[in-house]
Design a protein around this ligand. Structure first.
Ligand code: NAI
Ligand code: MG
Length: 527
């Protein structure tokens, strides 16, 4: 957990050497990694909440530290907001929703504003990618080609929906009113004031997934970014103002989950809460939402099976796919392919292949251009992942590669491949959320499917086979919100994403996301 402090410190502009060792799970890093002057200047500005179109400090005046996970240095400080700040932000959103210009915009005008946000994200892509890398630890090059353009894309995609949110005309019979005539139709209206609580694994992208559909459908929002990674959300706040989104439509409040997050989830004047994060906190959100029965959508954890059949064809493609499924974003993906299930005949070959990949991955600070995998996001996350690694060892699992922290500075974990596991082990059952894949062999599809589904989660799954009938049969049998066949981690703004079972409620992205942010009104006219 981060320390809460109130004095402001000068941001560090250069990062010292981490470790001058390369490959094989060692942390590398050039001696001086320069932050661009633009980002350095932005970091120097005092960080405030965006409430009602104005920047404001926390009511308490308190700030908390934001860390660079590559070396544990303090990057900057942001408001340590609490209930009072959430109250102010919700009031601003309510005002904007009930009486601001936002509701009077035509769908076309609203769509154009949402589109403009996407444009401005692209215009500021280098800066956003650098900030994301610094704050979260992910390689800047990845943030630049994935996180940032995908964030822009969801605004562009959702902007198009603003003019296409339609109701129906419905012929009704009304048998108890013989001879009467009616004209009945439905309207799809925004839910109102929406609270959004997001995690740290894709800070900008998660903000975009949440905000774009909420705005395209005409809601007003209070967004609370994760305490580990609040920076790109604050930068996005500036972009909203630059785009001309009316004041109070988007409010951004930084703070901890137990304080600011809890206040938002429980607030009686919030009509809906959208949450992405742990299943544990998802349940807390549901309970908090019961007070005023606000609508809830949840995108939670996963322990996704990635299944490789021996008839996969090109084994190298499957091995690369399996490595990417777990190691992308350092395994900090809700849909990570963290359970590698391989047909017994090719088990050793696939496991060795994925381990070879793991060994070659170059660890280092996200801002070092040669880095392939950065640190985990926080000390808390480092401890959580290394605890799992210790438990797995104690329970008798075999570590083919990795299995420990890398270096002594920053929050690096060596990419890890584990085999010889039992279903009862915590590393098999629980979401680790680090670069750790657990490999299990299988012999028959009949025993594979129940085992693949034997998890409280149901977010995603992968299937690798050239047998098209088998691929479809297995996809149909898997209890998961997304199934990838001969690919993994393919996400798109047009594709609904969400969980079966305890992986969540509702679907984000695609037109399915519009359901989360609209409600239907039936109107009946007696003729
Ligand atoms: P978390 O669920 O505690 O945090 C996610 C968000 O919820 C943050 O913004 C946090 O401030 C907020 N939050 C925390 N407690 C809250 C509360 N009582 N009321 C309202 N908001 C609250 O996740 P954490 O602790 O960062 O990570 C723990 C585990 O959760 C990870 O190891 C991983 O397994 C899972 N996780 C899953 C994610 C996903 O994408 N589905 C993302 C992040 C974490
Ligand atoms: Mg937590």
């Amino acid at each position: 957990m981060k320390t809460i402090a109130s004095r402001s410190r000068v941001p560090t502009q250069t990062r010292k050497a981490l470790r001058a060792r390369n490959g094989n799970g060692h942390v590398s890093g050039s001696t001086k990694i320069k932050i661009s002057s633009r980002v350095a200047a932005w970091l120097k500005k005092p960080k405030q909440n965006l409430i009602g179109g104005k920047w404001a400090p926390a009511a308490s005046g308190k700030l908390f530290d934001v860390f660079n996970p590559a070396d544990a240095s303090v990057i900057t400080r942001v408001p340590d907001s609490g209930k009072e700040d959430i109250n102010r932000a919700v009031s601003a959103a309510r005002r904007a929703f009930e009486s601001g210009p936002w509701r009077r915009l035509t769908p076309s005008e609203r769509g154009k504003l949402v589109w403009k946000v996407g444009d401005l994200i692209l215009e500021n892509a280098d800066e956003l990618a650098e900030l994301e890398s610094l704050d979260n630890g992910k390689p800047r090059a990845i943030a630049r080609v994935a996180d940032v353009p995908l964030a822009a894309d969801i605004f562009h995609y959702m902007a198009g929906w603003a003019t296409k949110i339609e109701g129906n005309t419905i012929p009704i019979s009304v048998s108890y009113a013989p001879g009467s005539q009616f004209h009945a139709f439905t309207l799809r209206e925004p839910v109102g004031v929406v609270g959004q609580i997001i995690p740290w694994n894709f800070p900008l992208l998660m903000a975009a997934w949440k905000l774009a559909p909420a705005l395209a459908t005409g809601n007003c929002v209070v967004l609370k970014p994760a305490e580990q990674t609040p920076l790109t959300a604050l930068r996005l706040g500036e972009i909203f103002l630059d785009a001309g989104i009316p004041e109070g439509v988007v409010n951004i409040v930084t703070g901890f989950g137990e304080t600011a997050g809890a206040a938002l989830a429980a607030h009686d004047d919030v009509d809906k809460i959208a949450f992405t994060g742990s299943t544990e906190v998802g349940k807390i959100i549901v309970r908090a939402a019961a007070g005023n029965l606000k609508k809830v959508s949840l995108e939670l954890g996963g322990k996704s099976p990635n299944i490789v059949f021996k008839d996969v064809g090109d084994l190298d493609v499957a091995i690369a796919g399996a490595a990417n499924a777990i190691f992308f974003n350092h395994g900090q993906c809700c849909c990570a392919g963290s359970r590698l299930m391989v047909e017994r005949d090719i088990f050793d070959e696939v496991v060795e292949g994925v381990a070879r990949y793991a060994k070659k991955i170059k660890l280092g600070p996200g801002l070092d251009p040669s880095t392939e995998m950065g640190p985990l996001v926080s000390e808390e996350q480092l401890n959580r992942v290394t605890n799992y690694l210790r438990q797995g060892k104690q329970e008798g699992a075999c570590y083919v590669t990795g299995g420990s922290r890398a270096g002594e500075r920053g929050y690096f974990v060596r990419p890890t491949v584990v085999k010889d596991v039992k279903p009862s082990m915590s590393i098999v059952r629980e979401e680790i959320f680090g670069p750790v894949v657990v490999a299990e062999p299988f012999t028959k599809v009949e025993e594979l499917i129940p085992r693949a589904n034997q998890t409280q989660y149901g977010l995603a799954a992968g299937v690798w086979t050239r047998d098209i009938s088998k691929a479809h049969r297995v996809a149909a049998a898997l209890k998961a919100g997304t199934v990838w066949i001969n690919c993994y981690n393919i996400l798109d703004s047009a594709l609904p994403f969400g969980g079966y079972k305890q992986s969540g409620w509702g679907r984000e992205m695609g037109h399915a996301a519009l359901e989360l942010y609209t409600q239907t009104k039936a109107v009946v006219v007696g003729l």
